[in-house]
Design a protein around this ligand. Structure first.
Ligand SMILES: NC(=O)c1ccc[n+]([C@@H]2O[C@H](COP(=O)([O-])OP(=O)(O)OC[C@H]3O[C@@H](n4cnc5c(N)ncnc54)[C@H](OP(=O)(O)O)[C@@H]3O)[C@@H](O)[C@H]2O)c1
Length: 269
């Protein structure tokens, strides 16, 4: 049982995780600190009944410390953490593009796990990738699982697969949001009102997601089953194929993984 979690950084992903943990009715004591945005911190306190905190308090009173700052700010936080005794702590970094070796260099004996959730933690449907650092005990593995299983699914991976995972599930929600936006615009173009198009797209997206999740058929099989030769869906899918949707998706995910790798270079000191 963990009991206490401290977030260094109270931005979007911290809020998504905290919102999920509260929604899942977990009973962790949660502390959060920000660099300077006290209004945002107060908002988190009011919304989720957690405590606003600072680094001293977080380190002293949290068994698990989650680093949820932008990649470029991680090193600064790690250097601050050097001043504390962390031997009984688990550090979880959710930052993209900051490798474990950065933590090993500055905090050599500390237990660190890299985690890559997505913002669907807020609705308990995150897909979180986890990488186990060298000093992490089995008990600490269970702690990380306790947190991220409460907000969705988890997958343990070796660190060399982290950037691929970021390009699929970490950034993935945004791809589906973009597709939904494009479909709404197309609906309006075809004569629907924006409100009508929005309902049609959102319900279709949720329904398709549930079909993929709940049926034992692959997405490809489900697609085939709704595509009669020379029918209406067939006409639409032909355009996606002719315009090389699969290639565009491949290029987009490659760009994402490359950006994560570049960030590792920028944040490797
Ligand atoms: N957003 C996502 O979908 C997502 C998914 C998975 C992982 N991530 C990772 O999560 C991390 C944060 O992303 P985000 O979107 O949540 O960013 P964000 O909304 O900009 O939040 C970052 C927060 O960190 C705080 N901060 C910066 N330096 C600090 C310090 N030294 N001490 C305490 N707090 C500090 C900032 O506080 P101030 O505002 O006061 O400066 C801000 O609240 C990134 O590394 C990203 O790779 C994000």
């Amino acid at each position: 049982m963990i009991q206490s979690i401290g977030f260094i950084g109270g931005g979007n992903i911290a809020e998504a995780i905290i919102g999920g943990l509260k929604k899942a009715d977990t009973h962790f004591q949660i502390r959060v600190s920000n660099r300077s945005n006290l209004e945002r911190l107060q908002n988190l306190v009011d919304t989720y009944a957690i405590s606003a905190s600072n680094l001293d308090d977080i380190v002293e009173n949290s068994r698990v410390i989650i680093i949820a700052v932008k990649p470029k700010d991680v090193l600064g936080v790690v250097k601050q953490l050097k001043n504390y005794k962390l031997s009984d702590k688990l550090i979880i970094s959710v930052a993209a593009g900051v490798a474990l070796k950065v933590f090993y260099k500055h905090l050599p004996d500390v237990a660190v796990i890299r985690a890559m959730p997505n913002t669907s933690t807020a609705v308990l449907h995150s897909m979180t990738g986890l990488v186990r650092g060298d000093n992490v005990t089995d008990e600490q593995v269970k702690m990380a699982e306790e947190i991220f299983s409460a907000t969705g699914h988890i997958m343990w991976i070796p660190e060399e697969k982290m950037n691929a995972l970021i390009s699929i599930s970490g950034s993935g929600p945004a791809y589906f949001y973009l597709f939904a936006e494009s479909l709404i615009k197309a609906g309006v173009h075809l004569g629907l009102s924006e409100a009508e198009a929005e309902v049609l797209v959102l319900e279709t997206l949720v329904g398709a997601g549930k079909m993929i999740a709940e049926s034992d058929k692959s997405p490809g099989r489900l697609r085939e089953e709704v595509t009669s030769p020379n029918g209406t869906t067939y006409a639409a899918l032909n355009v996606f194929t002719d315009d090389q949707l699969a290639l565009t998706v491949l290029k987009a995910t490659q760009a994402c993984a490359q950006r994560a790798e570049d960030l590792e270079g920028e944040n490797s000191d």
